[in-house]
Design a protein around this ligand. Structure first.
Ligand SMILES: Cc1cc2nc3c(=O)[nH]c(=O)nc-3n(C[C@H](O)[C@H](O)[C@H](O)COP(=O)(O)OP(=O)(O)OC[C@H]3O[C@@H](n4cnc5c(N)ncnc54)[C@H](O)[C@@H]3O)c2cc1C
Length: 361
C-alpha cells in the first residue's frame, strides 16, 4: 500500500535501464518535478536489437520528432504461408525510427541524470554510482527481457543493404508462418531493409529458416548483410510487481503485445504510467492494471493460447478470414473479442468449428 504523502517523497527516483521503458518513466518523473536517475549497464541507450517499427497511435505520451524517423509507413502487406492476403493502407500509419536517437531526444527534454556502465544488482538492490554504493529502493525497474518470468520466444534479424530490388520503402510486409506460429517481416530501414523472423523455434532453426526465406525472395537474394542481430521477446503476458521495491515496467513486466512482439510503445507507456504514479504518490500497479494496453496484452495472450490449440490448417483459415481492419485492430491491441465472433459468425461451418474449438465450447 502507498500511504506516504507526496511532500515526503525524496527528490529523486531511480530507474534501472535505458531502454524505452526506462526513458518513458524518466519523462513522466521529470514532468512531475522530480529528478530521474537512470542506471544503465551499457555505454549507451537502446541496446536491444529491434525492428524499430512504431505504429502511430494516440496513446504514446510524447510526439515522435521527424528527425528520428527513418521511414514513414503507410501500407501493410499481409501474407499467410507465402500467399498474399492483402495490401492495406491509407488508414494505417507508422514509423521506422532510429530508436537510440528517439530515446536520446526524449531524455534531452528531461532533468534526468544518467549513469552509463553502471550495474544494478537485482539480488542485493544496490548499484555503484560515481564511486559510491547506493541502496536503490525507490523507482522503476526496466531491465528488459532477462528479468521477465513468463514465456519468451527468439527473434532473429538481418539488416540488409546493397542490391535490394524493388522493396517498397513505405510498406511493411508480414508473412505469417502457421507452422512456427510466428511471422517473417520485411521492414524498410532508411535505405536498407530489416528482415527477420520470430516464432516457436530455437535460435538456430530460426536463422536457417530466415536464410531460406531470403534466398527465395528475388529482391533480397543479392543483398549484403549489414548487421545480424538476435534476442528474445517476452510474449507470456503481464507479470506486474516489484523487484526490491522498484516497480517493474516494460518488457521485464511483460509489456509486449504477444501476437506481434511490439514492445517499444508498450514499454514507453508502462514506464510513463508507473513513473507518473510514483511521482504522484499513487499505486503504480493499480494504475498499470487500469491501462487499456494492459487489457490488450491479456486479450492477445489469450488469442495466442487459442492459436496454439488449432491445427496448421485451422490457423491458416482463421488468419485468412479476418478483414484487414480486424487484423489491424488485433495487432494494435484495440480489439474486442466479440468482433472476432462477428468476423466469423457468417462464415461457413468450418469457421464456427474453429471458433468452438478455440473458446472451448
Ligand atoms: C529482433 C527484435 C525485433 C523487434 N522489433 C520490434 C519492433 O519493430 N517494434 C517494437 O515495438 N518492438 C520490437 N521489439 C521489441 C522491443 O525491442 C522491446 O520490447 C523493447 O525494447 C523493450 O523495452 P524495455 O525498455 O522494456 O527493455 P530494453 O529495451 O531491453 O532495455 C532494458 C535496458 O536495461 C539495461 N539493463 C538490464 N539489466 C540492467 C542492470 N542490472 N543494471 C543496469 N542496466 C540494466 C539494458 O542494458 C537495457 O539497456 C523487437 C525485439 C526483437 C528481439
Amino acid at each position: 500500500m502507498f500511504n506516504f504523502e507526496v511532500s515526503s517523497l525524496p527528490d529523486r527516483f531511480y530507474i534501472i535501464g535505458g531502454g524505452p521503458g526506462g526513458v518513458g518513466a524518466a519523462y513522466a518523473i521529470s514532468k512531475a518535478g522530480f529528478k530521474p536517475v537512470i542506471i544503465e549497464v551499457h555505454d549507451r541507450l537502446a541496446v536491444k536489437p529491434c525492428g524499430r517499427g512504431v505504429p502511430v497511435t494516440s496513446d504514446i505520451p510524447f510526439g515522435i520528432p521527424k528527425s528520428i524517423v527513418l521511414n514513414k509507413i503507410s501500407y501493410v502487406k499481409l501474407y499467410v504461408d507465402r500467399l498474399k492476403l492483402f495490401k492495406a493502407g491509407g488508414w494505417l500509419n507508422g514509423f521506422i525510427i532510429d530508436k537510440r536517437e528517439f530515446l536520446e531526444h526524449i531524455l534531452s527534454e528531461t532533468r534526468a541524470d544518467i549513469y552509463y556502465r553502471a550495474r544494478y544488482n537485482h539480488k542485493s538492490g544496490v548499484a555503484r554510482l560515481g564511486g559510491e554504493t547506493i541502496d536503490v529502493r525507490r523507482g522503476v525497474f526496466s531491465g528488459g527481457f532477462p528479468y521477465y518470468e513468463g514465456e519468451r520466444i527468439p527473434v532473429v534479424q538481418y539488416i540488409l543493404g546493397g542490391s535490394l530490388g524493388d522493396v517498397e520503402m513505405d510498406t511493411i510486409e508480414i508473412y505469417f508462418d502457421t507452422e512456427i506460429l510466428g511471422y517473417y517481416y520485411v521492414f524498410p530501414h532508411g535505405d536498407n531493409v530489416e528482415v527477420g523472423v520470430g516464432g516457436f523455434r530455437d535460435h538456430n532453426t530460426l536463422w536457417k529458416l530466415l536464410d531460406k526465406f531470403i534466398s527465395k525472395d528475388s529482391r533480397l537474394k543479392n543483398s549484403i548483410v549489414v548487421e545480424r542481430e538476435a534476442a528474445v521477446v517476452s510474449i507470456g503476458g503481464l507479470r506486474l510487481g516489484y523487484i526490491n521495491g522498484l516497480v517493474k515496467v516494460g518488457e521485464a513486466a511483460g509489456y509486449v503485445l504477444p501476437l506481434t512482439g511490439e514492445g517499444i510503445r508498450p514499454s514507453i507507456i508502462s514506464g510513463y504510467i508507473a513513473g507518473e504514479a510514483l511521482a504522484k504518490g499513487l499505486d503504480p500497479i493499480r494504475e498499470l492494471r487500469r491501462l487499456r494496453l494492459s487489457e490488450a496484452i491479456s486479450i492477445q495472450r489469450r488469442l495466442l493460447e487459442w492459436a496454439k490449440r488449432l491445427s496448421v490448417e485451422e490457423r491458416r483459415r482463421l488468419i485468412s478470414t479476418l478483414t484487414p481492419q480486424a487484423h489491424a485492430e488485433i495487432a494494435l491491441g484495440y480489439f474486442r473479442l466479440h468482433k472476432l465472433v462477428q468476423n466469423l459468425i457468417f462464415k461457413p461451418l468450418t469457421m464456427v468449428k474453429i471458433l468452438t474449438k478455440i473458446i472451448g465450447l
